[in-house]
Ligand binder design. Sequence first.
Ligand SMILES: O=C(O)CCC(=O)C(=O)O
Ligand SMILES: [Fe+2]
Length: 296
Amino acid sequence: MAEAKTVETETPTAALQRVPADASPALIKQIVDQDGGVILEEFFSRDQVRRFNEEIDPFMSELHAGPPDKVDLFEGFHGSNTKRLTNVVTLSKTFREEMIQDQRVLAIADELLLPVADSYQMTAAQVIQIGPGNKAQPLHRDLENWPIFRDLGPNTYNVTINFLTALCDFTEENGATRVIPGSSHWPDYQDRGKPADTFPALLNAGDVLLIDGKIAHGGGENRTADAFRRAMAWSFTIGWLTSEEAHAFVVPIDLVKTLPPKIQTLLGFRSFYNSSKEGGTLWQANYEDIAKYLEL
Ligand SMILES: O=C(O)CCC(=O)C(=O)O
Ligand SMILES: [Fe+2]
């Protein structure tokens, strides 16, 4: 009995904090710096989630589950029964015109990433649908995409953030993302924690699990017989890192022309500046902004 009580009282205090969608970027940064992540409740509306799901449903149906070449080089990272739909910026009008243009998202990204670089990009925007029977994803930190930051450990810069948005309700059973709050401060980033250290991010559709690149986490196991856990993982990274998705080569230029300059920057259609850090300007043409060359 005593043991059961301990678990009950400790679990909520160690899980990630939850804040309302209108929490200030400064407060959000404070919590993320402390815990590695935070849950933003009711960030997107039920209607936005419904429209988004409707737009991507046909593409999700066509997609097969598992890594494209059937061989998961990263030991289950993709997920044998997981569908991952990329280039969502092209495929979803709701994502392109509402979600990435949401001023609250951009204000949070400014707060978290501009201390490190003058501009940032959208490194990935993908739907992750975990199907029945899919095992838990290996625990990892998102900054391991650029492994030198892993080697630097907890004192490294925060170079990436992920707005993991629930497109259905997340439960323990259907594969809610597992997180280890505070693992951003562990001394050795080779230590990614154990499943027993993790807490599920229990979300309602429209909630956002905002994590930095330093927190250990992974998609949860889907223990259901027939339920799918669908999320939109969209990450921003500082401008001078190579991004995961090559948006600048896959998003049609005519679509890009309909978007404001800040969003064009997110997609790699503008140059990256470092003047406040006394660094060079990157991703240029003829020493001018790439947007001029592209006539944007
Ligand atoms: O699907 C999830 O819940 C997390 C996915 C993830 O962390 C990743 O692919 O980097
Ligand atoms: Fe991740």
